[in-house]
Ligand binder design. Structure first.
Ligand SMILES: C[S@@+](CC[C@H](N)C(=O)[O-])C[C@H]1O[C@@H](n2cnc3c(N)ncnc32)[C@H](O)[C@@H]1O
Length: 388
């Protein structure tokens, strides 16, 4: 019998929900789930591609601050939300986060307790510290600290950042390095973690990361796959489906990871993304990696798909969890592309969108990739071919 990993926070913590199942069994269940969900589509679901490392794979973590105890026992805590609640569990260990990020989180908790700053209270709207966002470049060991705060820059923020960086640097491994501390300001009463405004308190606003042959700069609020071990499996599934020499649209391109990945096979690639910070990093990535057949445009996917799709053979789409908006579906239906490669982190919205596209495109493949071991989430890549 396979030994199961043991976490003191399971099942209270909302992060891992299937830690009590052997990893092989989790993969079987994810495949069974996809086979059931997509049963009417007439596509064979192959075995789920396993994450090369099922433990300590997360290279981005987002942890809420909270307060616990009463009177003299009252103290600031940092952890994860409990299952289906907003009660903060003070995180002592984590089996899916990168170990350096867990060590950095412990150091940040100690720093915050000494700093005298309060945790944000969702009910009253008071308190300063809302979340910590930590990100690590797997290939480089560079770590970025993001502090989401309920308010602007406090007096002495440079000194705060210096002591925070020194504290966090202590617990992490010798070949990792804290490269920057960034404040993200979010004063709204909302469940959305990030605000619009960012200030660099110290160091760099981004870390360096390498996926496959390609180098990227990644900030605190730009999208980047959290499992760097499984991301190449996902991107290779996309690459396999790109016909040699085709002109490719990479819609919802983020910092251009898929654009660069498929540029080796495509005649040209146009990446489309609404976040101007991501596009800035995507343009820099193409330049830094000497990739010359890729261009990027900032704007809404639906509008740019309608205006710029002429002359393209393939559209790769990788939308947020909610899937494609109605206008984007319309633009895709009316586009000249003969193939859509749909990357989805939400099989239910993927199914809905495949049905919406079905008068024009039919699915000919669907594969699951386990980007998030020990959770119920599964990433999918679907190939859709234009109907004759
Ligand atoms: C799931 S991420 C995919 C990123 C990228 N393909 C990757 O693998 O790193 C979705 C991206 O869509 C962008 N996005 C969301 N809504 C958009 C819209 N209406 N138009 C263009 N981009 C959008 C987000 O900013 C985010 O970068």
């Amino acid at each position: 019998m396979q030994n199961l990993p043991y976490c003191i926070h399971f099942p209270k913590c909302g992060g891992c929900t299937t830690l009590d199942l052997p990893y092989g069994e989790q993969l079987v269940r994810k495949r069974t789930y996809l086979s059931g969900l997509f049963s009417r589509l007439n596509v064979e679901i192959p075995p789920i591609a396993a994450s090369p490392y099922p433990l300590h794979y997360r290279h981005k973590v987002q942890l809420p601050f909270g307060m616990s105890g009463k009177g003299r026992e009252r103290k600031l805590i940092l952890g994860c939300y409990g299952q289906d609640s907003h009660t903060v569990v003070d995180q002592k260990q984590c089996l899916v986060q990168d170990r350096d990020l867990t060590a950095a989180a412990h150091a940040i908790r100690r720093w915050a307790q000494k700093s005298g700053l309060d945790a944000y209270n969702e009910r009253t709207g008071s308190g300063f510290l809302r979340h910590v966002i930590l990100r690590k470049g797997c290939a480089t060991g560079e770590i970025l600290i993001g502090l989401v705060t309920n308010g602007g820059r406090p007096a002495g923020s440079r000194n705060f950042a210096k002591s925070l960086m020194e504290e966090a640097q202590k617990g992490i491994s010798a070949n990792s390095r804290i490269v920057g501390v960034i404040q993200n300001i979010n004063t709204r009463s909302t469940n959305v973690v990030l605000g619009q405004q960012e200030e660099v308190w110290r160091g760099s606003s981004f870390l360096k990361e390498k996926l496959g042959e390609y180098r990227f700069n990644v900030g605190i609020s730009t999208f980047f796959q959290v499992n760097p071990f499984a991301a190449p499996l996902l991107y290779n599934l996309v690459l396999e489906q790109v016909p040699e020499g085709s002109a490719v649209l990479d819609v919802y391109c983020g910092v251009g990871t898929i654009s660069l990945w498929v540029s080796q096979k495509a005649s040209r690639v146009l990446g489309i993304e609404e976040n101007p910070h991501s596009i800035r990093e995507a343009v820099a990535a193409a330049r830094n990696n000497a990739v010359n057949n890729v261009k990027f445009l900032t704007g809404d996917a639906a509008i740019l798909l309608a205006d710029r799709a002429s002359g393209f053979d393939v559209a790769i789409v990788d939308p947020p969890r909610k899937g494609l908006e109605e206008k984007a579906l319309e633009s895709l239906k009316n586009s000249p592309v003969s193939k859509i490669i749909y990357v989805s982190c939400n099989p239910e919205s993927l199914l809905r969108d495949i049905k919406m596209l079905s008068p024009h495109f039919h699915p000919d493949s669907l594969t699951g990739v386990d980007m998030f071991p020990h959770t119920r989430h599964v990433e999918c890549v679907a190939g859709l071919i234009k109907n004759k």
